[in-house]
Design a protein. Structure first.
Length: 287
């Protein structure tokens, strides 16, 4: 049975552990995936049988602390119900450790992972992926397709027939910038401090500190001294904020009937879906 997994980020890595004979197809390169994997995508529950490092997470809120301010800053004019009341100041968490999986994939080479290979079409009628690899078009056959690409991307790739009857999906990018922090207040290993900032005139909305390193997350753009728009963050954290949508269940079913299995938060288009739930989903999946 030929299993092909689309995406080698968190969900794709998990799927490759569950199906070690599958082929992973990833648009990015190892160096573009590594910062995403090393980001603070912690599990909110221990994950039995999977490599995770224990973490202590301290959460702080800066600014006027009004949930509505924060929601306006993050979601701009598309306000979603956001509550900052539920923020727990101190939690135990688990950081995914994919280093062994990554090393294994690198050692196995192209028969297990194809980097820099973008899926540009899904022919579900004949079970073929159309991909572009360094300017060369190829087809990759599959029996089952497991995909972590966001649902709106999948709809486009599969030329979902009733697409026009559904309202468009939206997804705002979040940009990440890593900068060295001040030489004070170094956190010990295994401790992350997450600070949410509700002030509208401060451009970052979330800051993660690990050791001396700070990681700022931006949803907004800034302007330089000449008024030119500029990106404040350097690395896009795909694919950004989820927008609510009414038809996810029927769309998931439509894909499943065609042996296309959606895994992870953005593929499932599930607002509160977290990475440990993704692993539970993958562990229970029967193809
Ligand atoms: C700022 C932020 C903080 C978060 N914090 C947490 C947290 O603490 N804990 C937690 O559990 N979750 C967190 N999440 C949610 C987290 O992002 C998801 O739970 C999930 O872990 C994301 O990983 P993924 O592999 O499913 O998706 P992605 O990381 O989006 O991976 C999809 C992959 O598919 C590839 N791809 C897409 N299209 C194609 C194509 N056409 N061809 C080939 N490859 C393609 C992309 O290059 C990408 O590598 C956070 C999200 C954000 C934005």
């Amino acid at each position: 049975m030929r299993i092909v997994i689309v995406g080698a980020s968190i969900s794709g890595m998990m799927a490759s552990v569950r199906w070690p004979d599958a082929l992973l197809v990833e648009a990015g390169m190892p160096q573009s995936i590594a910062p995403v994997l090393a980001s603070v995508f912690y599990a909110h529950q221990p994950v039995p049988g999977f490599a995770t490092k224990p973490l202590r997470v301290t959460t702080k809120v800066l600014g006027r602390n009004k949930p509505r301010d924060y929601a306006e800053k993050v979601y701009q004019n598309r306000l979603l119900p956001v509550s900052m009341d539920s923020i727990v100041p101190e939690v135990q968490a688990w950081q995914w450790d994919f280093s062994a999986v990554m090393a294994d994939l690198r050692a196995s080479g192209a028969h297990r992972i194809r980097w820099n290979t973008k899926v540009v079409g899904v022919d579900w009628l004949h079970s073929y992926l159309h991909v572009m690899c360094g300017g060369t078009a190829e087809v990759i056959p599959y029996d089952h397709l497991i995909t972590s690409a966001p649902m709106p991307v999948m709809l486009k790739l599969a030329e979902y027939s009733s697409n026009s009857t559904f309202p468009p999906f939206k997804s705002e990018p979040i940009w990440l910038r890593n900068i060295p922090g001040p030489e004070i207040g170094k956190l010990e290993d295994g401790h992350i401090e997450v600070t949410y900032c509700s002030d509208l005139d401060v451009l970052w909305y979330r800051r993660n500190q690990r050791g001396y390193n700070y990681e700022y997350e931006f949803t907004q753009r800034g302007y330089d001294k000449l008024g030119h728009e500029m990106r404040l963050g350097m690395v896009p954290l795909r694919p950004g904020k989820l927008q609510p949508h009414d038809h996810v269940l029927e769309i998931r079913e439509w894909f499943k009937e065609r042996s296309i299995h959606l895994v992870g938060r953005y593929a499932m288009w599930e607002h509160k879906w977290l990475s440990h739930q993704t692993w539970e989903q993958i562990a229970e999946m029967r193809l």
